[in-house]
Structure formats: C-alpha cells, structure tokens
Design a protein around this ligand. Structure first.
Ligand code: HEM
Ligand SMILES: *[C@@H]1O[C@H](CO)[C@@H](O)[C@H](O)[C@H]1NC(C)=O
Ligand SMILES: *[C@@H]1O[C@H](CO)[C@@H](O)[C@H](O)[C@H]1NC(C)=O
Ligand SMILES: *[C@@H]1O[C@H](CO)[C@@H](O)[C@H](O)[C@H]1NC(C)=O
Ligand SMILES: *[C@@H]1O[C@H](CO)[C@@H](O)[C@H](O)[C@H]1NC(C)=O
Ligand SMILES: *[C@@H]1O[C@H](CO)[C@@H](O)[C@H](O)[C@H]1NC(C)=O
Ligand SMILES: *[C@@H]1O[C@H](CO)[C@@H](O)[C@H](O)[C@H]1NC(C)=O
Length: 325
C-alpha cells in the first residue's frame, strides 16, 4: 500500500520534472511575433547568397553556444574576457554580423520579444535546410544569459586533438550520447577548417616519422599543397572534401575511406574505441543518408534543449552583443 503510494508520488514528480524540462515549444512566438520564422529565413538566405560558407558558420555558432552554459546566446556577447576569445572560438567563430542583421530585422517587427538564443537556433536550422539538409520544427522560448563564460568555453568545447574518449565525455557532460556524437559530427559535411587543426597529421604524426596512418595517403599531397610547411596555419580546406557546401552524408563516406580531415573526425571510424562505440553508427550513416538525416534532426533538437533559460530567468537581449543595461 505504502509502496504504491510512494510510486504514485514518484511518477508525479518525474512527470513534473519532464514538463519543467520541456518548457520550450514550437509555437512560442506564434502570436507575439507571427513573422519570426519567415524573417529569419529571409536573412539567412541573404547571408548565404553572399557567402555559402556562412551556413556552416551559423551551425557551428549554435553548437558553441549550447555547449557553454546551455543555449543562452552567451557566445554572442562581446568582450575580451568572454567566449569569443576562448581558445576554440578565437579567430575561428564567425557569423556574428549575420546574427546582428537578423536581430535587427526581428526587433523592427517585434521589439523586445525574441531572444538571441532562439534566433541563433532558428538560423542554424535554416542553414542546414538551405544547404540541402533536413528540416525540422524548432523548439522556442529560450531566454538570453547574462554572462559569457570563457572558462566554460575553454573546458567544455571539444578539441580536434582530443581522443574519442574525451570527446564522448564532453558530450555526455551536456546530456548527449554516442549516437549524438556521431550524428552531430556530421555537421562537418559543410564548412572549412584551418590547416593549424590538422597539418600535424600530414608528416611525422605524433613523432612517428610518418603521416597519420588512418589518413588516406592519396589525400596527403592535396592537403600539403593547401597547407605549405611554412604558412601560418590559417589556410583553409573543406571538412568534407567531396561536397563542401552540400549538407549530405559524404562526410561519413569520407570517414569510411580514411578521408576525414580532423583527427577527431577520423577517430569516429578508425580509433580502437570506435569499434565498441561510434564506428557502426558512422558506417550506417555512410550507407544511408535518410537514417543520418533523421538522427541529425533528433540530436539537433536535443542539443538545442541543453539547459535553456526560461520563465523569468535571463532576459530578452536588445543587442545580441551586450547584456541589457
Ligand atoms: C565532435 C567534436 C568536434 C570537434 C573536435 C570540432 C572541431 C572543429 C574544428 C577544429 C573546426 C575548424 C575551425 C577553424 O578552422 O577555425 C570545426 C569547424 C566546424 N564545425 Fe566542428 N567540431 C566538433 C563538432 C561539431 C558539431 C557538433 C557541429 C555542429 C552540429 C560542428 C559544426 C562545425 C561546422 C559547420 C564547421 C565549419 C565552420 C565554418 O566553416 O565556419 N562541429 N569544428
Ligand atoms: C582560455 O584559453 C585561452 C587560450 O588558451 C587563454 O588565453 C585564456 O586565458 C583562457 N581563459 C580562461 C578564463 O581560462
Ligand atoms: C562557467 O562554466 C564552468 C564549466 O562548465 C562552470 O563550472 C561555471 O559555473 C560557469 N560559470 C558561470 C559564471 O556561469
Ligand atoms: C542516444 O539517445 C537517443 C535518444 O535521443 C536514443 O535513441 C539512442 O539509442 C541513444 N544512443 C545510445 C548509443 O545510447
Ligand atoms: C619526428 O618527431 C620526433 C619527435 O618530435 C623527432 O624526434 C624526429 O626526429 C622527427 N622525425 C622526422 C623524420 O622528422
Ligand atoms: C592567423 O590569423 C590571426 C589573425 O587573423 C593571427 O592572429 C594568427 O597568428 C594567425 N595564425 C594562426 C596559426 O592562427
Ligand atoms: C555499408 O558500408 C560499408 C562500408 O562502406 C560496406 O562495406 C557495406 O557493404 C555497406 N552495407 C550496406 C548494407 O550497404
């Protein structure tokens, strides 16, 4: 008797927690800013028409926002002590002017209503769709954070030099599992990387006297030509060597062929740990883009739901670069 009563209390508690966690809704602005989705789509289209790479940059910005203090627009805040100057973002994160342009269009239509964190989430979805990828309904209702956490960005964002083990741990720390690691890494089907992040693989990898043995040797001359030994590491190559601007499953086909650019990419398929964690998933995605697209959507919604500020927490920032005064 007591037992079943306890169980009922427990299940009500679990239910309440579930509700509290899913305060984000697809129709959050449908009466307060009915044109929001169309406005964001129009601005992202303009930005991509100007520079196709911007789709990749906006997708990455959303990822870098969500992994640090949750999806709260903290990556957008200016200041040399903030996330923009953290190691993973410095001279790397881009797209801030596009977010400014979207915010300004949205403020004209619906002043003080829509958060920068939500704008970035919608822009990331539109970037994937406009690059040929899947679409989905975006959950909305995030509010903007009051701090930009440089320590958090340094500690929480994955590095391309880290082991798969460490990367899986960083995703787990924000509630994402190994399926999410593989699916979201598929974001590297678009965009560029600077040579500084992979040129160590091209010769004398880890002091072995030879290139990274998991890298397809026929790709090495091209990468060496793109990254001459005496250049400063700022030259760029496509993360997906076969279709750089198209959101497709070629990133995974590349991994199967030893053509992942970052060591962290190739480790999803080639490392020892991959055998028991990520390899089968990467192989499945390489064979089946519909499964990849479905899982990517599921993982993007999960990533977009990391620790949102809701209710009266945080604020609706007027300018995405500064907290309201
Ligand atoms: C799994 C761990 C990950 C690591 C180690 C990693 C690392 C990197 C690195 C080093 C770059 C190149 C940056 C530069 O050259 O300045 C990059 C670019 C990029 N990343 Fe990741 N990333 C990871 C996961 C993700 C996720 C989860 C997404 C999104 C879902 C993502 C989306 C992108 C995109 C789109 C670019 C290209 C950006 C551009 O061209 O502006 N990455 N990533
Ligand atoms: C973050 O990392 C960068 C680069 O390593 C370093 O200069 C900066 O001091 C770090 N910031 C904090 C708050 O630890
Ligand atoms: C910054 O991030 C670290 C690591 O996640 C966390 O422990 C800390 O509480 C955060 N600081 C602020 C001010 O949010
Ligand atoms: C990861 O979580 C998803 C639910 O979001 C689940 O469908 C999937 O099976 C999980 N993957 C692993 C490896 O646990
Ligand atoms: C490779 O690097 C190691 C350690 O950094 C060094 O001792 C070795 O001489 C290098 N080998 C070549 C062929 O450059
Ligand atoms: C790349 O360019 C930035 C300025 O945009 C510069 O500060 C940096 O030293 C250059 N080199 C590397 C390896 O990042
Ligand atoms: C899946 O991909 C692997 C490696 O690319 C290939 O060997 C295998 O035949 C494919 N399986 C199916 C069912 O297509």
């Amino acid at each position: 008797m007591y037992k079943s009563y306890d169980l009922r209390i427990l299940s009500i508690f679990v239910l309440l927690c579930g509700v509290a966690r899913s305060q984000l809704t697809v129709d959050f602005y449908s009466t307060s800013c009915p044109n929001l989705l169309a406005l964001v789509r129009r601005e992202v289209k303009n930005a991509i028409r100007n520079e196709m790479r911007m789709a990749a940059s906006l997708l990455r910005l959303h990822f870098h926002d969500c992994f640090v203090n949750g999806c709260d627009g903290s990556v957008l805040l200016d200041g040399s002590d903030g996330e923009k100057f953290a190691a993973p973002n410095l001279n790397s994160a881009r797209g801030f002017e596009v977010i400014d342009a979207i915010k300004s269009a949205v403020e004209s239509a619906c002043p003080n209503i829509v958060s920068c964190a939500d704008i970035l989430t919608i822009a990331a979805r539109d970037s994937v769709l406009l690059s040929g990828g899947p679409s989905w309904k975006v959950l909305l209702g995030r509010r903007d954070g009051l701090v930009s956490n440089q320590t958090g960005a340094n500690l929480s964002l994955p590095s391309p030099f880290e082991s798969l083990d460490a990367i899986i741990a960083k995703f787990a720390a924000v509630g994402l599992n190994t399926t999410d690691v593989v699916a979201l890494s598929g974001g590297h089907t678009i965009g560029l990387s600077r040579c500084a992040f992979f040129s160590d693989r091209l010769s004398n990898f880890s002091g072995t006297g030879a290139p990274d043995s998991t890298l397809d040797s026929s790709l090495i001359p091209d990468l060496q030509a793109a990254c001459p030994a005496n250049s400063d590491g700022n030259n760029t190559v496509a993360l997906d060597v076969t279709s750089r601007d198209l959101f497709d499953n070629h990133y995974f086909v590349n991994l199967v062929n030893g053509r992942g650019i970052l060591q962290s990419d190739q480790s999803l398929f080639s490392s020892d740990l991959a055998l028991s964690t990520t390899k089968n998933i990467a192989q499945l995605y390489s064979n089946n883009s519909a499964v990849f697209f479905g899982d990517f959507v599921n993982s993007m919604i999960k990533m977009g739901s990391i620790s949102p500020l809701t209710g009266s927490n945080g604020e609706i920032r007027k300018n995405c670069r500064v907290v309201n005064s």
